[in-house]
Structure formats: C-alpha cells, structure tokens
Design a protein around this ligand. Structure first.
Ligand SMILES: [Fe+2]
Length: 202
C-alpha cells in the first residue's frame, strides 16, 4: 500500500515528463499502480477492521518496517538552486520530492489512522497553518550511501546499466525485446548480443 501510493504519484508525475517514450509508457503503468493501491489498501483495511489480532499485529509490524523507508524514498526536500538542475530545467522531472511526499502523507495518514494503524513517527502532525505535514526528517547526510549488505546488488545493477548503455544503439528505436535483452540478458539472444549473466563480475 505504501509503495503503491508512492508510485502512483512519483511515476504519475513523470507522465508529464518531457521524455516522451517514458511519459507515454508510464500512463498504463500508473493506472496499474492505482489498482495495486486500491487492492493493497483494501487488504490493510480488512485486516485491521475485520482481522484477527495476529493479522493486525502483522500489519503494524510491516508499517513499522516500511514507513521510514518510504519517507526516505522520496529523497531530500528541494534546496535553493533546484530549478537550475538539468533534470528540472529540461522537465524530465516535473514535481518536487517534498511535494510528492506531502501528497503521500495526505493520502495515507488519514486512512491508516482511521483503520487503527499507528504511524511510527512521533513527530508526525498536520500543521493547519501551512497545510503541510511535519514528520521526522530521515538521515539525509547518509542518503544515497549504500549499506554494506546491499552492495552486491548494486554492483549487479551497475553492470546491467553499463551493458544497456553499451549495447543499445541510441540512433535506433529501442525495440522492447532488445531493451529487455539489454536489461535482463537471457530472454532473447539477438545476433551480436551476449547474455548479461556473463558480465556479472564480483
Ligand atoms: Fe505496485
């Protein structure tokens, strides 16, 4: 429910992005995420209002685990000079991190509270004057630093990207099969492509 809510807004904002192929592809994906959100919100509501104590505890535990991650996932609030950044200037990115995070809070907090989920943030409160939510600021200093236990996956991901950049010809339209091949390696083997798994180095 939390991640789906995040994706509805974050990917939704990119349907207005200036990069057409991505913006167009996202329209369907965002509709799908909206469906996920409804379904998962319904599951949370059912567990909390009609479920057993064990089910309510499971929901609360998941909330405690994922809430800080989702707040973090939007990225730091905008700083001065944000509008000069190329991704903003070129309108690749259309909405600010804080604007999207506020949307998330506005949508999820009232629902979760109504269903009896306690939000694991003692600082969370709605400021009626500014009409925004106050919340505990994540450790932005360490934002983007990869925890040791996730480094291995990041290396694999970097190799995916390197492969994609090397093997997808920018002057040719990207065929879905080819992109898939570049990203995931082995589903299709087009002439001249090598499976990605061969590139995975430690
Ligand atoms: Fe989803």
């Amino acid at each position: 429910m939390l991640i789906d809510s995040l994706e509805v807004d974050r990917l939704g904002s990119l349907t207005e992005s200036s990069y057409g192929p991505y913006a167009r592809a996202l329209v369907k994906i965002v509709a799908e995420e909206g469906f996920h959100f409804r379904q998962s919100a319904d599951a949370v509501k059912t567990a909390m209002t009609q479920g057993t104590e064990q089910q309510r505890e499971a929901v609360q535990e998941s909330m405690n685990r994922w809430w800080p991650e989702v707040i973090l996932a939007y990225g730091p609030p905008e700083r001065d000079g944000e509008s000069d950044r190329p991704v903003v200037r070129w309108r690749l990115k259309t909405r600010g991190n804080e604007e999207l995070r506020q949307k998330f809070l506005q949508r999820t907090v009232p629902l979760l509270t109504e269903w009896g989920v306690s939000i694991p943030d003692p600082k969370l409160r709605f400021d009626a004057e500014s009409k925004t939510w106050d919340y505990t600021q994540p450790d932005w200093e360490n934002f983007g630093r990869i925890p040791e236990d996730r480094k291995e996956f990041t290396d694999i991901y970097k190799n995916y990207l390197r492969y994609a950049v090397q093997h997808v010809d920018r002057d040719q339209p990207i065929l879905p099969g080819r992109l898939w091949d570049a990203l995931y390696g082995t589903r299709t083997r087009l002439p001249g492509s090598i499976p990605l798994t061969e590139l995975l180095v430690s």
